[in-house]
Design a protein around this ligand. Sequence first.
Ligand code: GLN
Length: 221
Amino acid sequence: MPASDTSLATSARVSAAERPRVTTTVGVLALQGDVAEHLRAIAASGARPVQVRRPAELDAVDGLIIPGGESTTIWKLLSIFDLADPLRERIAGGMPVFGSCAGMILLASRLVDRASDQESLGAIDMTVRRNAFGRQADSFESDITLTGAGFDGAPFRAVFIRAPWVEEVGPGVEVLATEPRTGRIVAVRQGPALATAFHPELTQDNRVHTIFTTMVTELRE
Ligand code: GLN
């Protein structure tokens, strides 16, 4: 057998042993918001990224990311695309979800400053205040520390864009990070649900996506 065949066979064996992680499918709710950036970060975390716009696509994913954008718009589109009820059912069934910014708002059980026709999915027992960091700080970056849920505690450059904060959490919610200037909660986990007020997909630091992919893979196995 030529040397190249041997090395191919060897690499196939090695990757087969590591395969479970690679076959994890993580969807991105692709109705509005920064979908492409999340797809890139999912691929970098070792999972297979797919866009979710239809109930059948939702059925096929192991976990789902709800991106940043505009939570009121995403909520309206969820209803129009007949995804609100299927998404609630999958979340109730334990599907891992990660929401960033508008996605965090959608995962909350209670909202402050919500639009009159805006609902949320209630995946995390928390009260989230929309646009909490205010106009003057519409957009800013901050070095935060993420701890718990497998994070290593190394500084993380967090990008906040018209960001919410978490005003209050229930007893089952783990606080993963606060924003240093305000002391406000900006990253949480409750069971298979993870949320950040900032946008980890906008930096090259893939730790949040990697931890989410690990959560999805572990729950799948
Ligand atoms: N303020 C937006 C909202 O209410 C969220 C902003 C964002 O996702 N970058 O949905």
